[in-house]
Design a protein around this ligand. Structure first.
Ligand SMILES: [Zn+2]
Length: 329
């Protein structure tokens, strides 16, 4: 059984992390850059663990050097994602990888991504919105220009602010300046937490950064009081089971806490994170949720409704996507 044609919404992807390996290879070839070390014998991305993954990711990003490259990247990613039934996607984009945090350069990159997104929407019926992220392991100071870029381009394509990268670097409060800046501009907030940092990191992120969504958040499962708090506050978890399994954040699909969190009343959603890195697609995620936990069409419908309600987009977009979720008459 496959859920390939089921309409899907995903909220947690990293744009460069969605790049098909063949696309990155082609970019490297055109620019005469040797990044062959990041690929395995089968042509996929090769890494040992999470820290090594971050290094490989940053190496892949070195071939993306201009707004035109990001236009092509966005087009390639949306064609691939739409083929798995995804009708709405949010993706993390970082000024650090798009002009090095310079605001004028960043605006050109955003324009290029938005153009590609508009074209893909007309062609494939997929809507893309961008969430600007600071990169945690670059440090709190580096996140400030990222937040500034976020605030200056908020509206239209850019819909929120968040933080990605190495979760164990610093504590959430070290990054509060950037989150405060984005919140004061009216931007909705999300932050990676509880992929590696456990329940305490999730707790501190909610308390110190006042986010409405958490990237992953699965570490919360070890603290029943925290799980209740997340459920009561209606904080949405952007869960990426396939990513967690491949990176060994959990011991296999059967041990993944997504079903327990959902049963405890937590609003969970499902995303691919960096699909080609983690050998996954949204189809594969749905198929594995079906196989592991018996989730079926009704569960996926509810999952998508949760995701759409938690999407950072404007209301007009939300209404448009809701229509696409309705079964064809
Ligand atoms: Zn992520």
């Amino acid at each position: 059984m496959t859920f390939k044609s089921t309409p899907k919404i995903e909220l947690h992807t990293h744009l460069e992390g969605c790049a098909p390996p063949a696309f990155i290879k082609q970019q490297a070839h055109e620019k005469r850059l040797d990044i062959s070390g990041i690929f395995n014998a089968d042509g996929g991305y090769a890494f040992r663990d999470f820290d090594h993954f971050l290094k490989i990711y940053e190496t892949a990003c070195t071939v993306l050097q201009s707004p035109e490259d990001f236009y092509r990247l966005t087009s390639a990613v949306l064609a691939e994602t739409a083929s798995h039934g995804v009708i709405y996607m949010e993706t993390f984009v970082s000024p650090d990888f798009c002009g090095g945090g310079d605001l004028a350069a960043w605006k050109d990159y955003v324009a290029a991504m938005e153009t590609a997104a508009t074209e893909a929407e007309a062609k494939f019926g997929i809507t893309l919105k961008g969430i600007v992220t600071g990169i945690r392991h670059f440090g709190p100071e580096a996140c400030k220009p990222a937040a500034k870029c976020a605030v200056e381009t908020f509206g239209g394509f850019i819909t929120g602010y968040g933080m990605a990268g190495g979760e164990l670097v610093g504590r959430p409060r070290d990054y509060s300046y950037s989150f405060d800046m984005a919140r004061e501009a009216g931007m909705p907030l999300t932050c990676h937490a509880g992929e590696w940092g456990g329940a305490d990191m999730v707790k501190d992120t909610i308390r110190d950064l006042d986010v409405v969504r958490i990237g992953h958040g699965i570490g919360a499962i070890s603290d029943p009081d925290l799980v209740s708090e997340i459920a009561e506050k209606g904080i949405v978890l952007e869960v990426c089971p396939g990513s967690n399994v491949v990176l060994n954040a959990v011991k296999g699909w059967g041990a993944h806490p997504i079903a327990k969190l959902r049963d405890a009343g937590v609003k969970v959603t499902v995303s691919t994170d960096d699909p080609p890195f983690f050998h996954t697609t949204m189809t594969a995620e749905y198929d594995m949720l079906h196989r592991t936990f018996g989730w079926d069409d009704a569960d996926f419908k509810a999952l998508n409704e949760t995701a759409l309600a938690a999407a950072f987009c404007d209301e007009e977009t939300r209404a448009r996507v809701a229509k696409r979720l309705e079964p064809a008459q």
